[in-house]
Design a protein around this ligand. Structure first.
Ligand SMILES: [Zn+2]
Ligand SMILES: [Zn+2]
Length: 379
């Protein structure tokens, strides 16, 4: 509820001007801090003074009589409006004016406000995300104006109290609406709600207290980061208006695709192709991993599609110890374009292994069906 300024002076609503003056003089004499040592007297004295001001100024008194508070800068609920006051608009304003909502007393807003966060992307190669790195990144953000240290004033000058709102940051007016007369308050258009104006702005920042600047800062990328992760650099974002505290800078990791390895969290995957003979006979391959050359042991009889696991050759675990694995997917190539001698050798091999299907297809098919039947019956 708004303060009942009549009650503060011990009066009933609608008291006359002379009654108001008389009540004020009596109370002011009793409560004046020079004569009254009571600790509560000073606060009460200020209250009485405010009530007197509210009831002796015709405009303010009209606001009081309409149920508003002429000193309540938040009466119309305009707080937080990014467009600096849209005037009298919403039904909420009317309700506030009539029923006294939004009585939180709020002074002028500060010219100094916190800065926003900034986001920058950085592209890294796989070995950089896996092993970590330090990258110099160039950011373009608002930084503190060095000429005025954020004050926004030209050297040797100072901000002045806004004359439009007398430093309150908001202006109140009484307007007609379909409900009758209502009180509304809005952000002061002259000072954007700060209660201050800068008569001579700083020539370097134009009064904003900050300037845009490009700078290069080193960013430490921890081992094991993944694509899309963000590294936060506290206080490296945008400096706020009036030199307000800077927001944070977020560095978003983008991992470039690698020619050989694909990544799945902490595991890496790659594919090797083997000639059929190597897969059958076994061999040792030299594989170039992110850690260097390593021997990959292909056992005799390795099947296409089998996966060989190289333990702890993947990416480090970001929130634990150890590393993921490197999974090598084996693909066996069937030989094509056989010359006559190769074909002859393969046929001989097929006969030796009982795999020759050319001359005895019926038997083989029967064998195939009997195997399927056995499998079906659980043999
Ligand atoms: Zn400046
Ligand atoms: Zn103003």
């Amino acid at each position: 509820m708004p303060t009942d300024y009549y009650a503060v002076l011990g009066l009933a609503r609608g008291a006359s001007d002379s009654e108001i003056k008389r009540a004020y003089r009596r109370l002011a004499r009793d409560l004046h801090p020079d004569v009254n040592p009571d600790p509560g007297a000073k606060e009460r004295f200020q209250e009485v003074n405010r009530a007197y001001q509210a009831l002796t100024d015709p405009d303010k008194r009209r606001i009081v009589d309409l149920g508003g508070d002429p000193f309540d800068t938040a009466a119309a609920g305009m707080g937080g409006n990014p467009f600096g006051g849209a005037g009298f608009g919403g039904l909420g304003d009317i309700m506030d004016a009539f029923f006294g909502g939004g009585t939180t007393t709020r002074g002028p807003r500060s010219r100094v406000r916190a800065g926003g966060d900034a986001l920058i992307r950085v592209e890294l190669d796989l070995d950089e995300t896996v092993f970590g790195t330090t990258k110099d990144i160039t950011v373009d953000t608002a930084v503190l104006c060095t000429a005025c240290s954020g004050a926004g004033t030209a050297p040797g000058t100072h901000p002045a109290t806004c004359s439009t709102c007398a430093g309150r940051g908001e202006v109140q007016s009484v307007q007609r609406s379909f409900l009758g007369q209502v009180v509304s308050s809005r952000t002061c258009p002259s000072c954007a709600g700060t209660g201050q104006i800068i008569p001579e702005p700083c020539p370097q920042c134009g009064g904003d207290g900050r300037v845009r600047a490009r700078r290069t800062i080193p960013v430490k990328v921890p081992a094991g980061v993944e694509d899309g992760m963000r590294i936060r650099l506290t206080g490296h974002g945008e400096v706020g208006p009036g030199g307000g505290p800077a927001g944070d800078l977020y560095v978003e990791i983008h991992e470039r695709p690698h020619a050989v390895f694909t990544r799945d969290g902490e595991d890496l995957h790659c594919r090797v192709t083997l000639p059929m003979t190597s897969a059958a006979l076994g061999t040792t391959l030299s594989l170039k991993t992110l850690d260097g050359e390593t021997d990959l042991d292909i056992k005799p009889g390795t099947q296409s599609g089998s996966v060989l696991t190289l333990r702890a050759q993947g990416a480090p675990r970001l929130r634990a110890t150890g590393r993921g694995n490197l999974l090598v997917h084996v693909e066996v190539q069937t030989p094509t374009r056989l010359d006559a001698e190769q074909e002859k050798l393969l046929r001989e091999l097929a006969v030796l292994r009982g795999e020759d299907t050319a001359g005895s297809s019926r038997e083989t098919q029967q064998g195939f069906f009997s195997r399927v039947r056995d499998a079906w019956n659980g043999h």
